[in-house]
Design a protein around this ligand. Sequence first.
Ligand code: ADP
Length: 191
Amino acid sequence: MQQPGRTVSPTPRDATARHQQDEKDQLIAVYPGSFDPVHRGHIDIAKRAARLVDVLIIAVYSKPSKNLLFSAEERVRLWHDVIESEGLTNVRVERFDGLVVEFARTVGAKAIVRGLRAVTDFELEFQQALMNRKQAPEIETLMIITALSYLFVSATLLKEVAKLGGDLDGIVTPNVARALHEKFAEERARE
Ligand code: ADP
């Protein structure tokens, strides 16, 4: 029994239970994509989402059905650098394959974040969101609209610009600009 005037320090078991409770109460969201490479449009969406949730997990597709310039490890590393340089303290990055909803369930996420640029994005995202709801009705899709300055930014377009030696200032972070430059220099050396 507790003596009057004496405080009892929590046992390790109390601490574990509290930690589990904290995790359970956290609002976790997943932001999936191929991010080949991460650009300022993606970062804008991640920052907006990170203000709404407790933890945002950037989920980098390991095996998307597109031809990608960067490997999964490289895409994860570029996000790591961005998270650090932008000071995004409640954002972390993980790679995954398989269904997004399965990954979201595994990490205990209640929401999937997607970014919208234009009406053209909407149609596809809408279909995808409804399909995800069919698979996992307990998980919501949050569609976040990009800042006007990133409306025209796409990974496909910026890679073309980078390949031709164009200016990507304001479109990607310096670490990504460097990575693109090195990648295309390697490609040219192989040709
Ligand atoms: P995926 O490979 O899943 O089609 P991306 O890796 O290109 O998508 O992008 C991941 C997410 O970021 C998607 O929700 C996409 O709509 C969004 N996104 C891409 N470019 C921008 C941008 N310029 N502004 C806001 N959101 C964007």
